[in-house]
Design a protein around this ligand. Structure first.
Ligand code: BEZ
Length: 256
């Protein structure tokens, strides 16, 4: 989900084909959510709907919301029985309330975190759960460092597209928006990328494309090669590329 971008730049087929580790890694978060049959759950930033479908398989009544028309269209195609809504995580409203809001690998795209947290609080019944996972301070620091160094050497001012707060910062923000923090956990999760040779550049093209805005497509190749070369000693291991993910998981409850 990329709520700050005006145009939909997500390639939902590529996302499903080459970046399925994003939602596969979210399976553990569902254990924390522990959905009960019949619970109404909002999947915030549902992407192509794979986790929403798993929640529905567990008996929950799921609505998926995402700001990307292409992700929503792919979700509807993948799972025609599920409800998908196109919407902005910073500015959404439902007439109904939910028992839980679930969000995997989305909120690090949302710089307007307080606006998003207030919308989530508005969508939950008192006592409802907000269970989230996102990149935390230091997430993809090596990848980001290599991209930003190469851009700086080109006399460009790199602008990080992501919001990586510390655990404390995000917890305080949620408290300010009417939540009580029940659990907050930070951990490293080195993640193997899907293509053995092209994995890093495919990750960069899919998720870090905004760093390259204004650079003609034909001029990007040497930059990608340089970035790969700088990252190879640390992030190419045992025949695969790895992303240096650091995660934040939170379970919060809306105060009554
Ligand atoms: C993440 O899941 O941490 C992430 C995904 C895409 C871009 C940056 C971070």
């Amino acid at each position: 989900m990329t709520p700050t971008r005006s145009a939909d730049r997500w390639d939902s087929s590529l996302y499903d084909d080459r970046h399925s580790f994003v939602w596969r890694a979210g399976s553990g978060l569902m254990d924390l959510l522990a959905p009960q049959a019949g619970e109404k759950i909002l999947d915030l930033g549902c992407g192509t709907g794979h986790l929403a479908a798993k929640l529905a398989d567990m008996g929950a009544i799921v609505t998926g919301i995402d700001s990307s028309p292409s992700m929503i269209a792919q979700g509807r195609q993948n799972f025609p029985g599920l409800k998908f809504v196109l919407g902005d995580v910073r500015d959404f409203h439902f007439d109904e309330t939910f028992d839980a809001v679930f969000s995997n690998a989305v909120l690090h795209w949302v710089h307007e975190a307080e606006a998003a947290a207030r919308c989530v609080a508005g969508a939950l019944r008192p006592g409802g759960r907000f269970v989230l996972e996102m990149g935390v301070k230091g997430n993809v620091a090596r990848i980001r460092g290599a991209i930003e160094a190469v851009m700086t050497e080109l006399s460009r001012t790199p602008k990080c597209p992501w919001f990586y707060p510390s655990t404390g910062e995000y917890s305080v923000l949620l408290e300010k928006c009417g939540f009580e923090i029940r659990m907050a956990q930070t951990f490293d999760r080195f993640t193997e990328l899907e293509h053995p040779e092209r994995g890093m550049r495919e990750w960069i093209e899919m998720f870090a494309g905004s760093y390259f805005e204004g650079i003609p497509a034909g001029d990007r190749e040497p930059l990608l090669r340089e970035i790969e070369q700088r990252l190879r000693p640390e992030l190419y291991r045992d025949g695969s590329w790895w992303a240096d993910y650091r995660r934040l998981r939170i379970e919060a409850v809306k105060l009554g």
